[in-house]
Design a protein around this ligand. Sequence first.
Ligand SMILES: [Zn+2]
Length: 324
Amino acid sequence: MGGTKVAVAAVDGVTAKHAMQEPTITGSTGALLDGLEATVRGVIEQSGEPEAIGVGVPSQIDYATGTVETSVNIPLTGVPLREELGRRFGVPVFVDNDANCAALAEAHMLGEDNLLMLTLGTGVGGGVVIAGVTFRGAHGLGAELGHFTLNPDGPPCPGNCPNRGCIEAYCSGQALERDATELARDKPDSRLAQCIGADGMVTGRDLVEVAEAGDTDALLVFDSFARMLGIAIAGYVNVFEPDHLAIGGGLSRASHLFFDRAVQEAGMRALPALWRRTKIALAQGGADAGVIGAGVLAAQEIRGIRTPLRDTPSSRPPTTERAE
Ligand SMILES: [Zn+2]
């Protein structure tokens, strides 16, 4: 489920069939769920009854209950999605963050057991797969790869986040637009300045176009983006030592403007023994990755394949108690 479209398919292994896509209905929670149910029933008519249903949502999820903790673009905050969809379909339902689903799909499509995926889009998301299974922290809210601090005095994080200088504040589409706009305002005679729109901003699309034409200002914006991404990658390699680190998300379509530079920067900073053992590549999962990952997740769950770090999803309610 995305902010603009809902994609549904019958998933067998890592193959998606009978795919259907509908616009996301964001008017109300009820209308959203009714629309989702209708699309899922359309796929079931062609594919037959599923053993289980997996759902990827662009939201923070309490994994055990499948309840949406916060959801920015779609009206799902506080909705117990697992229970609600389980009641509608009568089969087990599993709900996870969409970036976790994309990472799980990437790992299983590539046959990689230990994989980390960064999803570069409007924000920065990601997923961590360890021994073939998603690592998501104690309650499902962890692995927020975009919200790790690169610079404590950096720009405010554009996400729903109180911090400054997060990876998302440097390596997201919103960060690119901010930097391009600042540079354009500083240099009124520049090519970027001609791209300032009615809202006073330079769009990511214009920035890419100007950079592709070889404009040095636009290339400078991508250079600093790539440098910060490389610093982030080096940190992830040092912490997780994945076999494979995949870069995906909408921004990866502009990877020719930053990928090589980011890998070069990471290679200068990561611990050499770990760096030698990690492959960095663009994500291969494509448009179906989220759907396939949600299916892989559901299949793993009904077969009892869960994170080796935790036997069962925690059923404890969130607690505010802290060890002092
Ligand atoms: Zn943040």
